[in-house]
Ligand binder design. Structure first.
Ligand SMILES: Nc1nc2c(ncn2[C@@H]2O[C@H](COP(=O)(O)OP(=O)(O)OP(=O)(O)O)[C@@H](O)[C@H]2O)c(=O)[nH]1
Ligand SMILES: [Mg+2]
Length: 478
C-alpha cells in the first residue's frame, strides 16, 4: 500500500465532482498542483482550503514542476479537504478535491495527478485500504457498498446498522459463548488426570451449545428477510388474457409501463418494475395471460408466466369472471409455497349483486381448495378503486418483521454461507455431546466454528485467546 491512488468519487454529470487521493504521497502531490494560501504540504489534518488547480510545466529533463500560472492556465477553482493518517477513511494521508463537475475538468485533474505519480484506484480500493489499516472489519466494508446501493428505509437501516458494527458486535457475543464452551472442554482435556478437580458437567455444556445453536439459527433465519429487503419481494401478476394484469401493473407503478389493449394476448413477455410500499421494495412482474394457444411465441410467453410464479413470493391472481374449479385447482398446485391473493378486477362494470354472489361462490370454492389463500378482494385497476387496500394486503402478506433500530438482519450471502457452515459444525458438536464423544473431537469442531465465524468480520482467532480465556473466566476446581 505504498502507492498513492486517485479516483473520481462522485457520479459524472453533477454540479460538483470529488476526486479522492489516498496514500503516503497525497500531500506532496497536492502541493505540486494546488495553489492556495501557504504550502499545501504543511496543511494540518481535517482542514479545508480554497485555491486553484494548475498545470505542470515539463522541463528539459522531463522533470515535472509547478510554475507561475497566468489566469487563463488555471484548470479549476476548487476546495481541498485534507486528512492525515490515521484519521481518514482509509487510515492514510488523504485529500479530497471538490472540482466543478465538468467531464473535461475531471479527466484533466486525474491526468494531472497521474503525471505527478498517482495511480488510478482499483474498484473498492479505498475501502479495502480502510479494512487493511484496521479502520473497519470486513462486514463493515460490505455495509459501505450496501449503504451506497440502498434505495429505501429498510435497506438503509440494515446497511447503517451493519456499518455501525452491528454484525461484528453480534458475532462478538457469539464468539464469547463459543470461547467459553471451548475453554470448558479444553480445561477438561488439559486437567483430565487431576482427579481432585471438578469440571462443568456435560449437561451444562449441552445447554450452552443449545444457546449458541439458537443464536446462530436466529441469525441464519434473518437471511430470508434480509434478501427480500435487499432484492425486493417478487410479486407475480397472473391470470387469463385480458383480465387487466397490465392495467394493474401500470396502476400500481402510476406509470404507463406495459401496453394495455382489449386484444387477448397483448403481453407476450414478462415486464418487471418496482414500487416501495411502507419502505419495502416490491418487484411486480406482469405476465402473459394464460390460455390455450397454438401461437409459438405466446406459448413461450406463457411458460415464462409459470416460471414467474415459481420465482414469486406473492402471486396476484387476477380474474374478471368466475374461475372454473380446474383453474382454481391449477393455481392451488402452482402456489403451494406462495402467498396467493385472488383479485376480482373490473368491479366498475359489474353490479354489486353479482360481485356479492361471485364472492360467496369464490369463498366456498377457495376455502375448499385453497388452504393457502389468505386474501380475496375486488378492485378496478382501470379506475384505481381499492388499490390502496390491495397495497396494504400485499404489504401484510409479505410478513416482513418491523425492523427495530438495533435488529441484526443478515443480508449478505457470504455471511449466510459462513453461518450455515458454522451451524453444520455446531450440529456435530450437539450430536457429539449427546453421544458422549470425547472432548478433543468436539473442540476440533468448535475451533472450526470460531474460524468460520471469523471469516465474516475477517478477524483471527489465536490459540492464546482460547488459553487466556480459560484462566480468566474459570477457576480450576472448587
Ligand atoms: N372496465 C374496466 N376495464 C378494465 C379494467 N382493467 C382493465 N380493463 C380493460 O381490459 C382490457 C385488457 O386489459 P389489459 O391490462 O391489457 O389486460 P391483460 O390481462 O394484461 O391482458 P393480456 O396482456 O392480453 O393477457 C383493456 O381494454 C383494459 O382497459 C377495469 O378495472 N375496468
Ligand atoms: Mg397484459
Amino acid at each position: 500500500m505504498t502507492d498513492t491512488i486517485c479516483a473520481l468519487a462522485t457520479a459524472p454529470g453533477g454540479a460538483l465532482g470529488i476526486i479522492r487521493i489516498s496514500g503516503p504521497q497525497s500531500l506532496e502531490i497536492l502541493s505540486r498542483v494546488f495553489r492556495g494560501s501557504g504550502d499545501a504540504l504543511t496543511y494540518p489534518a481535517n482542514t479545508i482550503h480554497y485555491g486553484h488547480l494548475v498545470p505542470l510545466l515539463q522541463e528539459g529533463s522531463g522533470e515535472v514542476t509547478p510554475h507561475k500560472v497566468t489566469p487563463h492556465e488555471i484548470l479549476d477553482e476548487v476546495m481541498v479537504s485534507v486528512f492525515r493518517a490515521p484519521h481518514s477513511y482509509t487510515g492514510e494521508d488523504s485529500v479530497e478535491i471538490s472540482c466543478h463537475g465538468s467531464r473535461y475538468i475531471l479527466n484533466k485533474v486525474l491526468e494531472l495527478l497521474i503525471a505527478c505519480g498517482c495511480r488510478m484506484a482499483n474498484p473498492g480500493e479505498y475501502t479495502m485500504r480502510a479494512y487493511l489499516n484496521g479502520k473497519m472489519d470486513l462486514s463493515q466494508t460490505e455495509a459501505v457498498a450496501d449503504l451506497i446501493a440502498s434505495t429505501n428505509k429498510a435497506t438503509h437501516q440494515m446497511a447503517m446498522s451493519q456499518l455501525r458494527g452491528g454484525i461484528s458486535t453480534e458475532l462478538g457475543h457469539l464468539r464469547e459463548q463459543l470461547l467459553r464452551l471451548t475453554s470448558l472442554l479444553e480445561l477438561e482435556l488439559d486437567f483430565s488426570d487431576h482427579e481432585d478437580l471438578e469440571f462443568a458437567d456435560r449437561s451444562e455444556l449441552l445447554d450452552l451449545t443449545k444457546k449458541i445453536d439458537n443464536h446462530i439459527t436466529r441469525l441464519s433465519k434473518s437471511f430470508k428477510t434480509g434478501q427480500a429487503l435487499k432484492q425486493g419481494i417478487p410479486v407475480a401478476i397472473v391470470g387469463k388474457t385480458n383480465v387487466g394484469k397490465s392495467t394493474l401493473l401500470n396502476a400500481l407503478l402510476k406509470d404507463d409501463r406495459a401496453i394495455v389493449s382489449d386484444v387477448h394476448g397483448t403481453t407476450r413477455d414478462t415486464i418487471e418494475d418496482t414500487i416501495d410500499i411502507n419502505g419495502i421494495t416490491f418487484r411486480f412482474i406482469d405476465t402473459a395471460g394464460i390460455r390455450q394457444t397454438t401461437d409459438e411465441v405466446e406459448q413461450i410467453g406463457i411458460s415464462r408466466t409459470y416460471s414467474a410464479i415459481d420465482k414469486a413470493r406473492i402471486v396476484l391472481w387476477l380474474i374478471d369472471a368466475e374461475p372454473t374449479s380446474e383453474e382454481v385447482q391449477e393455481m392451488h398446485e402452482r402456489c403451494k409455497d406462495k402467498s396467493l391473493i385472488i383479485i376480482f378486477n373490473k368491479i366498475d362494470i359489474i353490479s354489486n349483486r353479482s360481485t356479492e354472489s361471485l364472492f360467496s361462490h369464490l369463498s366456498s370454492l377457495t376455502s375448499h381448495l385453497l388452504s393457502i389463500t389468505s386474501h380475496l378482494l375486488s378492485i378496478s385497476a382501470k379506475f384505481g378503486t381499492n388499490l390502496s387496500n390491495l397495497e396494504s394486503t400485499i404489504y401484510q402478506t409479505a410478513d416482513i418483521p418491523s425492523l427495530q433500530e438495533n435488529d441484526i438482519i443478515i443480508s449478505n450471502a457470504r455471511h449466510y454461507d459462513a453461518l450455515t457452515r458454522a451451524h453444520a459444525h455446531l450440529e456435530r458438536v450437539l450430536n457429539g455431546l449427546n453421544n458422549e464423544l470425547s472432548g478433543d473431537l468436539l473442540s476440533e469442531d468448535l475451533h472450526l466454528i470460531l474460524d468460520t465465524l471469523a471469516e465474516i468480520t475477517g478477524g483471527q482467532i489465536t490459540p492464546n485467546e482460547v488459553l487466556g480465556n480459560i484462566f480468566k473466566n474459570f477457576c480450576v476446581g472448587k
